[in-house]
Write a protein that binds this ligand. Structure first.
Ligand code: GGG
Length: 355
């Protein structure tokens, strides 16, 4: 039996619903497995904390999180707090402070779910996006001069380091060696004339070290269109921070909805805890109604188990998700009528009754 210390941050909106739901499932997985003893510690950080204390998390937040094996996060965002304040006060400092330079986001069409793209059935869309997670367009370097005047100047810099670019592209190639051996790079080296030609140069240099892996490099605009017109042709897609963010919302849409999409913020060196969160945000429009889709958070829990080395247990959650969706137990965003707790009950009873 291994003790696993998990920092739990439900955060805002539907994070407060889908995180406890996923913890229930994780407890059932642990009791079936007899190999895991979870130690969950919850942190009340997020937008309500900001309203009460003026910060999204305490100044020593990262120090408090450092002693955990993993971080399990729900959602960030609240109409009472500007989005750039909530994001730069919690989610982004964790990703950057803990050097979680890989944001791994699976895009897979599961049985029982309909893609808005016609002609695609279960498993026909199945790839992973590796999003650079610590630099690029999310640089936090820039400023505003003469705000509010006709002479206002606003600058936001992009930062691409050789180390940061090379390591995430290399991760994508290593990952592709374990799948269909095809890496697609997202670029825009026609219009963005310094950072993106550099990105392409590093991509080609790393590719040369992996002669067994096929490659393609597409401008982001064409790649977005190919996600719609030929999503079955991808294996591993690697993209800069902003491009990867946009592509994976599109990825969520083609796999049936953003409520399905999972993400793992990984520090591959294991020096710091990795963080697991769904792709979706806090969905204030449906928060508190008990109808949030818990699948993205559950799939994220499955990625967390994989990361911790509990591959078998991780696969139980995915199988339970598939069986539940196939049985038609789906929340309204997927065209169903089930409430969050009904999806969870179905998943738990599948796990508890596994042979
Ligand atoms: N699940 C975490 C969350 O709420 N993400 C919302 C979001 O806007 N994230 C921005 C990003 O991933 O860059």
């Amino acid at each position: 039996m291994r003790r696993v210390k998990v920092a739990v941050i439900p955060g805002d909106g539907i994070g407060q619903e889908v995180v406890p739901a996923a913890l229930t499932v994780l407890q059932h997985v642990a009791s079936r497995s007899q190999r895991i003893a979870w130690e969950f510690t919850e942190f009340p950080w997020g937008s309500q904390y900001f309203v009460d204390h003026g910060v999204m998390m305490p100044d020593d937040g990262l120090d408090q999180l450092r002693r955990f094996d993993v971080i399990f996060l729900g959602a960030v965002g609240d109409p009472r707090v500007p989005d750039h304040v909530s994001l730069w006060g919690l989610l982004l400092p964790i990703r950057r402070g803990f050097d979680q330079y890989v944001n791994l986001r699976p895009v897979k069409l599961l049985p029982g779910v309909e893609s808005p793209l016609k002609g695609y059935g279960p498993g026909s869309i199945d790839f992973v996006v590796i999003r650079e997670n610590t630099e690029g367009e999310y640089s936090n370097i820039g400023g505003r001069l003469r705000p509010g005047t006709p002479d206002e100047i606003v600058i936001q810099n992009s930062v691409f380091t050789r180390k940061g670019t090379e390591r995430v592209i290399r991760y994508a190639f290593e990952r592709a060696r374990r799948s269909r051996k095809l890496v697609t790079g997202a670029t825009k080296s026609n219009g963005i004339n310094y950072t993106m030609p550099f990105w392409d140069e590093v991509f080609r240099a790393v590719a040369a070290e992996y002669p067994d892996v096929k490659t393609q490099l597409y401008h982001i605009d064409a790649l977005a269109a190919y996600f719609v017109t030929r999503p079955d042709t991808f294996d591993v897609v690697v993209a800069s921070n902003l491009f990867g963010d946009i592509l994976t919302d599109l990825g969520g849409a083609i796999q049936g909805g953003i409520g399905m999409a999972a993400a793992a913020n990984i520090n591959p060196d294991g020096q710091y805890p990795s963080m697991f969160e769904p792709v979706h945000g806090s969905a204030p429009d449906i928060a508190g109604q008990g109808i949030a889709n818990p699948v993205g958070q559950l799939w994220t829990a499955s990625l967390m188990l994989d990361h911790l080395g509990f591959l078998e247990e991780g696969s139980w959650i995915l199988k339970a998700i598939e069986a539940t969706l196939e049985d038609g137990v789906k929340t309204p965003d997927l065209g169903g009528t089930a409430r969050t707790h009904e999806v969870i009950e179905h998943i738990v009873s599948y796990i508890d009754s596994m042979p």
